[in-house]
Design a binder for this molecule. Structure first.
Ligand SMILES: Nc1ncnc2c1ncn2[C@@H]1O[C@H](COP(=O)(O)OP(=O)(O)OP(=O)(O)O)[C@@H](O)[C@H]1O
Length: 362
């Protein structure tokens, strides 16, 4: 038996002005998993949440909840809640009243409301704040209250639209841990929206990478990081060196005038490719020992590593993360192994949902 709780099938959304914000979106969300929609501003992330929540009607395609079509079910009758970026708390109600709201409107008995508000506040570690006014809370506390309010009626799915974006960097990191823990404790499905790739990699069981209304890749964070499907994903997820080259034969790739052993196969001989090497997979060595030589341009100390910007003879830019500093303007060698390279078909972005993507399907 499938444990899919939410499904979008072939969904398109064209707004009244003729702009198509979602193109052929098909996703499945299983019970109890943490999913993230990740993409740049305007890629359609919020539109997907709104389609699931019932705040926007899809132009075509199906929205399913627990196997049933819900396209025509109003938002307030869907068994899910949304946490918004701006919290959307009621300023004229105190913490207790805000959190209790979803139960009060459903005529739940007073004693039960008290118990459940207490439990929800405890979950977000604010049980002592029940009588506080909203204006007396910090941004992080307000966000926690918004989450407590959203989980009070035990929805099967929680939609979170950039819930951490208004918080400062430190608090944002703390809340990432807390949200992940909360999701695991509650065992409900989270669909989280962010344009912050680090946040997506840190928190998710599965990520959907979006651009221009389409899902380009889905997979667990390690898959997405190690095996980006195209230039856009490689560039958007973490930092990458992306070098044009061509496949010579299975397990042999050529770039910058040299041939290298790699771990990829199955492409045509001479097929144009792009080679992705992550900055942390490059090792600085002497020019003689390096597979390629680069000239150091600048370096920035990032606390636990140096971020080094260098150029090869052909003028390609190289980003290297190294625990040791180098000298500006020095020529160094770069070492890397076959598994440090990920080979992508050139222009793969145009081959939508191709065979490689299907291999992510269960
Ligand atoms: N009511 C509307 N009418 C017309 N276009 C809209 C409407 N709402 C959203 N759009 C457009 O649809 C596209 C997707 O918007 P959406 O809010 O889903 O993106 P997003 O990925 O969530 O972006 P952000 O990270 O900035 O919130 C954008 O180009 C946006 O301008």
């Amino acid at each position: 038996m499938s444990n899919t709780i939410v499904e979008l099938k072939d969904v398109y959304k064209t707004y009244d002005d003729g702009f198509t914000a979602l193109k052929d979106i098909s996703i499945k969300l299983n019970q109890g998993e943490f999913y993230t929609l990740l993409g740049p501003s305007g890629s359609g992330k919020t539109t997907i949440l709104q389609a699931i929540a019932g705040f926007t009607e899809v132009t075509s395609g199906e929205v399913l909840f627990d196997g049933k079509r819900i396209n025509d079910i109003p938002a307030n009758q869907r068994q899910l809640n949304t946490v918004f970026q701006d919290y959307a708390l009621f300023p004229n109600m105190n913490v207790f009243e805000n959190v209790a709201f979803g139960l009060v409107v459903h005529n739940v008995k007073k004693a039960e409301i008290e118990q459940r508000v207490h439990d929800a506040l405890k979950m977000v570690q604010l049980e002592k704040y029940a009588t506080r006014e909203i204006s007396e809370l910090s941004g992080g506390q307000q966000q926690r209250i918004a989450i407590a309010r959203a989980i009070i009626n035990r929805p099967k799915v929680l939609l979170l639209d950039e819930p951490l974006s208004a918080l400062d960097a430190k608090l944002r990191k703390d809340m990432q841990y807390e949200l992940r823990e909360l999701q695991q404790q509650l065992g409900i499905t989270f669909l989280f929206v962010t344009h912050d790739q680090e946040e997506a990699l840190a928190m998710s069981d599965e990520i959907f990478v979006m651009n221009k209304g389409e899902i380009l890749q889905k997979g667990d964070p390690v898959d997405i990081y190690d095996e980006p499907i195209n230039h856009f994903v490689a560039d958007f997820i973490g930092e990458s060196n992306i070098i044009p080259g061509k496949m010579v034969a299975d397990y042999q790739v050529a770039f910058l005038g040299h041939q290298f052993e790699c771990s990829d196969a199955g492409m045509r001989p001479n097929e144009p490719v792009e080679v992705v090497i992550r900055p942390e997979d490059l090792v600085i060595t002497s020019p003689e020992k390096g597979k390629i030589q680069v000239k150091v341009d600048t370096q920035l100390f990032r606390g636990d590593y140096y971020e080094i910007l260098a150029y090869d003879e052909q003028g390609n830019e190289w980003l290297i993360h190294s625990t040791n500093a180098t000298k500006d303007d020095s020529v160094v060698g770069l070492a890397f192994g076959p598994t440090d390279m990920h080979i992508m078909r050139y222009n793969e972005s145009e081959a939508k949902f191709n065979s490689r993507l299907e291999s992510y399907e269960d």
